[in-house]
Design a protein. Structure first.
Length: 84
C-alpha cells in the first residue's frame, strides 16, 4: 500500500472535466485507489464519488493505492494534480 499527500495545483480545481480526467487516469490501473479529504474517503475511479469532494486549487488530499501497480498509479496521479 502506498499513501501520499498531494496538493492540487490545477487552476480550476477539480471541476467536472479535471475530475473526469483523474478518474480516467485512475481507471487505467488495477490497484484500488482512494482519495481522502477532511474525513471523506472516495474511490478515485468513481466520477460521482470524486465530484462529491468539491476540491479546489491549493487543497491537500491523501491518495492511497493498494495493488500491483500502486507506485505507478500514485506517480501519474501526482503528476496530473500537480500540473498547472
Amino acid at each position: 500500500m502506498v499513501k501520499k499527500t498531494i496538493t492540487i495545483k490545477i487552476a480550476s480545481g477539480l471541476e467536472a472535466r479535471p475530475v473526469a480526467m483523474l478518474v480516467q487516469i485512475a481507471s487505467q490501473y488495477e490497484c484500488k485507489i482512494y482519495v481522502e479529504n477532511e474525513g471523506a474517503r472516495v474511490n478515485a475511479k468513481s466520477i460521482m464519488g470524486m465530484m462529491t469532494l468539491g476540491l479546489g486549487t491549493g487543497e491537500q488530499i491523501t491518495v492511497t493505492a493498494d495493488g500491483d501497480d500502486e507506485s505507478k498509479a500514485i506517480k501519474e496521479i501526482e503528476t496530473y494534480l500537480s500540473s498547472h
